[in-house]
Design a protein around this ligand. Structure first.
Ligand code: PLI
Length: 485
């Protein structure tokens, strides 16, 4: 990274704004660029009620009814608040089986932003992945990515492929502050191509931003470099575009040469290097359901469309209602608004800044959609086989009614089938994913203050042991109990 870019990042990290934008007085943390028209009631339960819910749930927050949660940071996916403009668009839903006018609006909008020729709607992101990988993969093929999200990995592996993560080494250090910790390691990518042969790689991917690696962005230089390397070997290049606008904002504020470009121009350039993308519109589409694949290859698009008809529906609705397509088309335009993105990214950074002041350990810098607490450093007295991330998540709920998700040993520790030895992940993270346009900054202050209170009394927290685990994806249904000492 150039010295100029790093200086800009340091300024950004300390002020929440890039130098090029200037920091207007009172705008270190831009306030919400909207006012509230409709409200949804949430209520705080008592500690006794929460203890009872937690026991009933087997200490797994996935089992707690959402009505018993005060601030729900389980995911930023499908949890956005839609705008009045999107709701108005839903009233214009054309529910024709074929040729809905909302499909044409959806297609036109996606072509304008993403630039691809074919646009195939799906009801969410993992179906886009399923269609793509069930069409192009067979046993023995390899798919490199910076880091596969879990559904992406599962779809690659289910279809016989090998999913390989090649994120740069620095990304694995939670304390290292770098502007683009989502970048793929191009040397490792070149070595992989050399080792397995280009014919074994049906496509290469980059996930923007890199959700499994802390919501960290990928630079334009890295996107371009990946494209050049893959294309030199005749390998197609796809982006996992769920959080493309957040990634574009980081490019604008952190990468030299992009400060004066619009988010649309940056998005156009990012996608110009790729042959296609998969997208869960439940993130930067600002909707509660939806997704798509967009691509240039005519023959592949034909195959995907044929499969789409089998599993999702006719190509002009693909598992969605006309009104959903309209809401996505409008959401994709709203998400490009710089006032929205400045507020969005700074809301996440602001929580990080508050935790930093109190010495609470988390993955740095804060990502686009979430703060990832470093549970290993937060609770050094709880060993990995007693799930420090779960201990923290349980206390977040008991103390304050906050729900978060563990990205650590419960999710990833693996027992070797032959030796029985358990391999633990490098990091024990607790993700606080912030839904878009949902919680006010004062609610986020509440989250910060309560985490700090828990941190101050952290020695009292105890580890957990499993009482039930499913053979795959155990974190969703696991049941646990506190370790008795
Ligand atoms: O939940 P879907 O099927 O619409 O999207 C799957 C998906 C694909 N890629 C990436 C990077 C994701 O983050 C993703 C879904 N993420 C979820 C559900 C999350 O909680 O982060």
């Amino acid at each position: 990274m150039s010295g100029v870019a790093f200086a800009k990042l340091k300024l950004y990290l300390s002020t929440g704004k890039s130098k090029s934008e200037g920091v207007e007085p009172g705008m270190k943390y831009p306030p919400e660029p909207f006012k509230i028209k409709v409200v949804e009631h949430i209520s705080r339960t008592t500690r006794e009620e929460r203890e009872a819910e937690m026991m009933k749930a087997g200490y797994n927050v996935f089992n707690i009814p959402a009505e018993k949660i005060y601030i729900d940071l389980l995911t930023d996916s499908g949890t956005s608040a839609m705008s009045d403009n999107q709701w108005a668009g839903m009233m214009l839903g054309d529910e024709s089986y074929a040729g809905s006018r909302n499909y044409y609006h959806f297609e036109r909008t996606i072509r304008d932003i993403f630039g691809f020729k074919h646009v195939i709607p799906t009801h969410q992101g993992r179906v886009a992945e399923n269609l793509l990988f069930s069409t192009i993969l067979h046993k023995g093929l390899v798919v490199p990515n910076n880091s596969h999200f879990d559904t992406t990995r599962a779809n690659v592996e289910y279809n016989g492929g090998v999913a390989i993560d090649l994120v740069n080494e620095a990304a694995k250090d939670p304390n290292k502050i770098l502007p683009f910790k989502g970048n793929i390691d191009l040397t490792k990518l070149a070595a992989l191509i050399e080792k397995v042969g280009a014919e074994k790689i049906p496509l290469g991917m980059l996930t923007i931003t890199n959700n499994s690696g802390g919501g960290q962005p990928v630079s334009m230089a890295n996107i371009r470099g990946t494209s050049e390397l893959l294309h030199r070997h005749g390998i197609p290049f796809f982006l996992d575009a769920c959080r493309f606008a957040e990634n574009a904002w980081f490019i604008k504020t952190r990468e030299t040469g992009y400060a004066d470009k619009s988010i649309l121009e940056i998005a156009n350039e990012m996608f110009s290097y790729a042959d296609g993308c998969t997208m869960s519109a439940k993130k930067d589409g600002l909707v509660n359901m939806g997704g798509f694949i967009a691509l240039n290859d005519d023959a592949l698009a034909q195959k995907l469309t044929n499969r789409l008809i089998l599993i999702e529906g006719f190509p002009t609705y693909g598992g969605l209602a006309g009104r959903d397509l309209e809401a996505i088309a409008r959401g994709l335009v709203e998400v490009l608004d710089e006032n929205y993105l400045a507020y969005r990214i700074s809301q996440v950074a602001r929580l990080g800044d508050r935790l930093e002041e109190a010495g609470v350990p988390f993955l740095k810098p804060t990502g686009g959609h979430a703060v990832y607490l470093d549970a290993k450093s937060f609770l050094p007295h709880i060993p990995q086989n007693q799930f420090p991330g779960i201990a923290l998540i349980v206390e977040l709920y008991l103390h304050a009614g906050i729900r978060a998700v563990e990205i650590g040993s419960l999710m990833f520790a693996q027992k070797d089938a032959e030796t029985g030895v358990v391999r633990y992940p490098d990091l024990e993270l607790v993700r606080l994913a912030i839904p878009r346009r949902v919680y006010t900054n004062s609610q986020m202050e509440y989250v910060g203050e309560n985490i700090i209170e828990i941190f101050e009394a952290r020695e009292n927290l105890k580890g957990f042991e499993l009482t039930y685990e499913a053979p795959v994806l155990r974190h969703f249904t696991a049941r646990m109990k506190p370790v008795m000492v």
